[in-house]
Design a protein around this ligand. Structure first.
Ligand code: DOR
Length: 429
């Protein structure tokens, strides 16, 4: 629990809006940022020594899976939002592929209320595009919007019927929401890994890259035609990055995200048939990985999202072909991106933080994350020098399906403040 007054003293504040990093103190009172400035004196406030640390607005994950309702053995809204907070995500947008799927006002309200009861990261649900995620008729897009849904998607599946997708874009436009497209073309997507040298050598059924790029092309063209917003989820291959770059030049209202596993790993990792490397879309080749990195750096890809996809050990500890795709992602995302984009010298810390804060807020129509006086305190404390090793014992998610166990990384979320209820310090600040 946070004290009423708290002084975060001596940290460097990263402001993604201005790109500036300033050495200032932050006084938090009753869960709000009361003052930001140099040398603030507040004798009665709890003092948190942030010297040597950085402070940024809390992160927003616009693509994750919290599994409730229906798959509570893998994750619940409580455990998922705890895991999110540990990773620095103060707001998350769960995808609707639950059981039953989130395709109605009542389901949207249920998820928001559950998250409020849990009291950790706040939840801004993504509703289904189509009723029951069946791809046939539209879901109740307008009433889901009223209940608090921020986007629509049939994530996990592509909306293969072009008439249905066109209508979804038209409705989403009317309610000023993006349609998030999970791009995997039917008929090209029944593999379990990227189709290429590795899948041939290992005898795995492959999904060729046109499975993603052809699906994205159709949805981008429909979005242009309709004048709607489309967001391409988990971009995995070079051709899709080129396509989005082209579409942005045409001023199509297209945005895109990449997940940490697609910018850190390739299909070469599949040699041991470890199902913790099985994801949808699949890990691709080194040229694809480099292309998505370039896309993030040049702005073609707007957002870094986790696609946190918890699965039980029963769903993962089976043959590669049968294992469920997906990995947990909240607790490693910041560090993996920090190494890939900032330590490498490709991006400044502020530009990197923008991909985790302002960009997803803009796309999902959420309140702008900031470290401004008068706003609710929603802050993360970062140790950018810390080297740490991700261990099973520290995982807060209910599931442990990750390929990053025992990996040593640099850059760590050491704590944060979220409103009146939460101040957490996991590692000595
Ligand atoms: O790897 C994935 N897992 N990709 C998806 O699109 C869905 C997700 C899941 O729900 O497990």
């Amino acid at each position: 629990m946070a004290d009423d007054r708290m002084l975060l003293a001596g940290g460097r504040v990263i402001d993604p809006a201005s790109g500036k990093v300033r050495l200032v103190d932050i006084l938090v009172e009753d869960g709000r940022i009361a003052r930001v400035g140099k040398g603030i004196r507040a004798r009665d406030a709890q003092r948190i020594d942030c010297r040597g640390k950085h402070i940024a607005p809390g992160f927003i994950d616009m693509h994750c899976h919290l599994r409730e309702p229906g798959y509570e053995d893998a994750e619940t809204i409580l455990t998922g939002t705890q895991s999110a907070l540990v990773g620095g995500f103060t707001r998350v947008c769960p995808m609707p592929n639950t059981d039953p799927p989130v395709d109605s006002e009542a389901m949207v309200r249920f998820q928001i209320e559950r998250a409020e009861q849990a009291g950790y990261a706040s939840v801004h649900p993504v509703g289904c595009c189509t009723r029951n995620r069946a791809g046939k008729e539209l879901a109740e897009i307008g009433s889901m919007r009223e209940a608090g849904a921020v986007a629509v998607s049939d994530d996990g599946d592509w909306v293969s019927d072009p008439r249905v997708m066109r209508r979804a874009l038209e409705y989403a436009k009317a309610f000023d929401m993006p349609v998030i497209s999970h791009c995997e073309y039917d008929g090209l997507s029944d593999g379990v890994s990227n189709e290429g040298l590795v899948s041939t050598r290992l005898g795995l059924r492959g999904k060729p890259w046109p499975s993603e790029t052809a699906a994205a092309a159709r949805d981008i063209m429909l979005a242009e035609f309709v004048g709607a917003r489309v967001h391409i989820a988990h971009v995995s291959c070079a051709a899709t990055v080129d396509l989005i770059r082209w579409a942005k030049l045409r001023r199509v209202q297209v945005t895109a995200e990449v997940c940490p596993h697609h910018f850190t790993l390739t299909d070469a990792s599949l040699a041991g048939f470890d199902t913790n490397f099985k994801v949808n879309p699949p890990l691709r080749t080194e040229p694809d990985r480099l292309a998505v990195v370039e896309g993030v750096v040049d702005g073609t890809i707007d957002v870094i999202a986790t696609d946190h996809a918890p699965h039980t050990s029963i769903a993962k500890e089976v043959e590669f072909d049968k294992a469920r795709p997906g990995i947990i992602g909240f607790e490693t995302a910041f560090s993996l991106g920090y190494e890939q984009f900032v330590l490498s010298g490709l991006m400044s810390p502020a530009r990197y933080i923008e991909k985790l804060t302002l960009a997803p807020a803009r796309i999902m129509g959420l309140r702008t994350p900031s470290v401004a006086e008068g706003t609710e305190a929603e802050l993360v404390i970062l140790d950018l020098k810390a080297q740490w090793t991700f261990s099973s014992a520290q995982i807060m998610s209910k599931s442990h399906n990750t390929p990053f166990l025992e990996r040593t990384m640099q850059g760590l979320v050491v704590g944060g403040v979220l409103g009146e209820e939460h101040f957490w310090l996991l590692h000595a600040a």
